[in-house]
Write a new protein. Structure first.
Length: 71
């Protein structure tokens, strides 16, 4: 990931993920986030950063592509 994507994740995506409504997902998210062995926690955070950043870019590209169709 680029430095910009790391910055975007830390300053925009991660705070938005923490504010998001987790209704119905509390147990699963808690098990993954707090149930991992310490040696896997960093791998989990890195994977989350990667997939959240790429999901953001996918939404950005898809939204930009749909702009013409929404008129």
């Amino acid at each position: 990931m680029s430095d910009f994507m790391r910055w975007l994740y830390a300053n925009y995506i991660w705070p938005e993920l923490k504010k998001a409504d987790q209704t119905g997902y509390e147990m699963a998210l808690s098990c993954v986030e707090y149930g991992l062995e310490p040696k896997y926690e960093e791998d989990y955070r890195r994977a989350l950063e990667f997939y959240a950043g790429n999901a953001f870019l996918l939404g950005f590209r898809t939204g930009a592509g749909l702009g013409r169709e929404c008129k």
